[in-house]
Design a binder for this molecule. Sequence first.
Ligand SMILES: Nc1nc2c(ncn2[C@@H]2O[C@H](COP(=O)(O)OP(=O)(O)OP(=O)(O)O)[C@@H](O)[C@H]2O)c(=O)[nH]1
Ligand SMILES: [Mg+2]
Length: 204
Amino acid sequence: MKVRSARFVISAVRSADLPRDGRPQIVFAGRSNVGKSSLINRMLGRRDLARTSSRPGRTRTVNFFLIDESWYVVDLPGYGYARVSKREREAWGRNVDMYLRSAAGLARVVLLVDGKVAGAPLDSEAYAYLRSLEFDPVVAVTKMDRVKRGARARTLAEVAELLGMPSVAALFPVSSRTGEGVARLLGMLLNREFSTAGAPMPRT
Ligand SMILES: Nc1nc2c(ncn2[C@@H]2O[C@H](COP(=O)(O)OP(=O)(O)OP(=O)(O)O)[C@@H](O)[C@H]2O)c(=O)[nH]1
Ligand SMILES: [Mg+2]
């Protein structure tokens, strides 16, 4: 599957900003610095469509990108960045919650978990929160290029256990640096997304 066009549409901060055209949305959620923006760029084959940064906490708003004029990629601000004020953390929660509640039935959520550290307690909270909103998140384990070959199986087992998932088979190990797993993840997302949302398959 090759993406022909991808363009930034809007940074949403209030519900009036959200697209209301019914197009399916694929949402990337996860801790600050986990690699959301990098994975989006790699999936879409665009070097810097979504802003990436080594400074955590860079993405603050809910950012929409329209792909092939037929579906959206949504880049959520990361959670768990300690060095932001309480007020900012609350604003984060409001933005994300505002968006997710509007997106029920339209969005497929990908939860990213950092493979380099095999996840963190906040990831299991995020997973439970998403499930409480009736999403069934796809879990991608990022930065696999930083995990030694001999530690891969253990890392994936730890992530599955942390989230309370029955099996590692449901995890998608990926690396935005090497491209590992990225095409497989995108293929699965598009198949599931477009078949469940009943929207037409993009002709690519
Ligand atoms: N080694 C390696 N580093 C990565 C990978 N993906 C992202 N990074 C690095 O991790 C850092 C954060 O990446 P971003 O894509 O900006 O992370 P984010 O989740 O969008 O961060 P926020 O917007 O702050 O929530 C950057 O320094 C990236 O270069 C990967 O697959 N492998
Ligand atoms: Mg980002």
